[in-house]
Design a protein around this ligand. Structure first.
Ligand code: MG
Length: 169
């Protein structure tokens, strides 16, 4: 189906915690572009959790650059990144790819050495596929329950199912 080639991830994990430096190094990934909301923290966490800070540090220790490309607004993204100082873009409009390409350039990476970690097929996986980078999807930590979000999840559902069927071991 038309949508499929744009929104199918290459990898689905249960949590960002399962995305390890070893796993990324095996894939040749040097730049990990992260969505923030519902991928790394809930909408209610203004700053990274302690556990997340350890995960960032482990990534950096392994030579992996972490960056943020978020569709959320300036205040949210700036506050979240304040103590980290990573490359960070707000109002990115994913599935648009402008901020992703900008991040790759400023990090000195290439599309081949970049992955995107997110929680949504229609924005995160789609942007990654359009940019030609490696899409990794995790389930949302705590989803909003309004109709807009519910309908997005409804659209995603058959693709998540199909991914799991294709990759069942
Ligand atoms: Mg998200």
């Amino acid at each position: 189906m038309f949508l499929e080639k744009y929104i199918m991830p290459k990898m689905m994990m249960d949590s960002y915690r399962d995305v390890t430096p070893e796993l990324l190094c095996d894939l040749g990934i040097k730049l990990l572009i992260c969505d923030i909301d519902n991928t790394l923290v809930t909408y209610d966490d203004p700053e990274p959790t302690d556990e997340l800070r350890v995960w960032f540090r482990d990534m950096n220790d392994a030579g992996i650059t972490v960056a943020f490309v978020s569709n959320n607004h300036e205040e949210r993204v700036t506050k979240f990144n304040e103590s980290l100082g990573y490359i960070a873009h707000y109002d990115s409009g994913k599935p648009k790819i402008g901020k992703i390409l900008e991040t790759i350039k400023s990090a000195g990476a290439t599309v081949k050495t970049t992955a995107l970690l997110g929680d949504q097929l229609l924005t995160d996986a789609c942007a990654a596929n359009r940019a030609g980078i490696y899409p990794i999807i995790v389930p949302p930590i705590k989803d909003k329950t309004n109709l807009f979000f519910k309908s997005k999840r409804l659209i995603e559902k058959p693709y998540v199912k199909k991914f799991k069927r294709l990759h069942a071991k």
